[in-house]
Design a protein around this ligand. Structure first.
Ligand code: UT7
Length: 327
């Protein structure tokens, strides 16, 4: 006869919110003219086709871990929380030097968060939205109380600096958010999905450098991402006209603007604020969404109480979107 045991379950609060943001970037500002000195490209092509004016790359000592530590520490300070109050650290990244060790345990230790749960999550450029959803669900299930979520990437070692189609796009940086329990929901349900049949459109070549079938991904992103964003708004019980700010993954300014236009054709407001952080940050993959929000908050372009629509998409292909209320 088999034994039957009953286990206790934890229960958490019904609602969560982001209570602080922070970011870090590589110290080196690299302009399009700088790149034109090492590869056959020019400022006009890059600005017209991708929208980047300059990007930031890390110095030798600015690793995924060190930039995540800087961004995470700033987010905790912004939230007014001490490291001791955090019990889970999630790092969204796809550019650690190798699969082990993970970044999260090191980041937690260096910030002074002792023995917290710590793991990395890889959904490429959609990673931050997945990690934010995971953090929110952990808290609502009673698995954690305050979660530090960080998107952090150092792309420069994964780029062939003779491949003009890719080396002009990607950059280094980190963006962090602190997620906590709330009285009222300020993080909406996520729309999560994938298109694994398109796995061959973004991958690492055998020489470990990134490859993209640029036009295929471009067409996919400009047609498939806006509906993901719309579903996230519906799942949060809002209408597109309620959205104040669109923060799409900063893949290419033309993609960001195409998504914004589609949403505006379907009811988003003409005065929708659109994150265009790629112009001076480049494409920082999992870091791009929190990096953009942190910069926009500092610049006064996003205010407390604003309805933010986040949508990430990239290699996998994996995508995710959710609505949050800005702290
Ligand atoms: O973040 C993860 C998700 N990724 C994305 O969402 C990326 C989506 N794709 C894109 O953003 C764009 O496809 C790229 C930025 C990657 C490329 O832009 P494109 O407008 O699709 O250019 P293309 O690849 O079709 O190339 C057009 C021309 C080609 O020359 P020919 O064959 O027409 O003579 C390229 O060789 O532009 C050339 N080209 C360049 N010229 C100057 C490609 N890269 C460069 C460059 N400078 N850096």
């Amino acid at each position: 006869m088999s034994k039957t045991s009953t286990l206790s379950l934890t229960e958490g609060p019904n609602a969560t919110r982001v209570v602080g943001f922070g970011s870090a970037q590589g110290n080196r500002v690299v302009t399009n003219d700088d790149l034109a000195r090492i590869v056959d490209t020019n400022d006009e092509w890059i600005q017209q086709r991708v929208g980047i004016v300059s990007r930031r790359l890390g110095e030798d000592d600015q690793t995924v871990v060190s930039m995540a530590v800087e961004a995470g520490s700033k987010a905790l300070a912004d939230a007014g929380l001490s490291p001791a109050e955090v019990d889970q650290v999630i790092i969204a990244t796809c550019t650690m030097p190798g699969p082990i060790p993970n970044a999260a345990a090191q980041v937690a230790d260096r910030i002074g968060i002792k023995a917290s749960g710590a793991f990395d999550l890889n959904a490429a450029c959609a990673g931050f939205c997945y990690a934010l959803n995971t953090a929110s669900d952990f808290i609502r299930a009673g698995s954690a109380r305050n979660v530090l979520v960080i998107g952090a990437e150092r792309f420069q070692e994964w780029l062939d600096w003779q491949d003009r189609a890719n080396c002009i796009i990607f950059a280094d940086g980190a963006g962090a958010a602190v997620v906590s329990p709330a009285e009222q929901p300020s993080i909406g349900p996520a729309t999560l999905g994938s298109a694994g049949d398109m796995v061959d459109t973004i991958y690492l070549r055998e020489n470990r450098y990134i490859y993209q079938e640029g036009q295929t991904v471009f067409r996919w992103a400009t047609s498939e991402v806006a509906p993901v964003a719309t579903r996230a708004v519906e799942r949060a019980g809002l209408r597109l006209s309620d959205v104040d700010v669109l923060v799409a993954h900063q893949a290419n300014l033309r993609i960001v603007e195409a998504i914004a236009r589609k949403l505006q054709n379907q009811g988003a407001r003409d005065d929708l604020v659109v994150a265009r952080d790629i112009v001076h940050s480049g494409n920082t993959s999992a870091a791009s969404i929190p990096l953009a929000i942190d910069h926009m908050r500092s610049a006064g372009e996003v205010n407390s109480g604003d309805v933010l629509l986040l949508v990430g998409f990239g290699a996998g292909l994996s995508y995710a979107g959710q609505v949050i209320i800005c702290p």
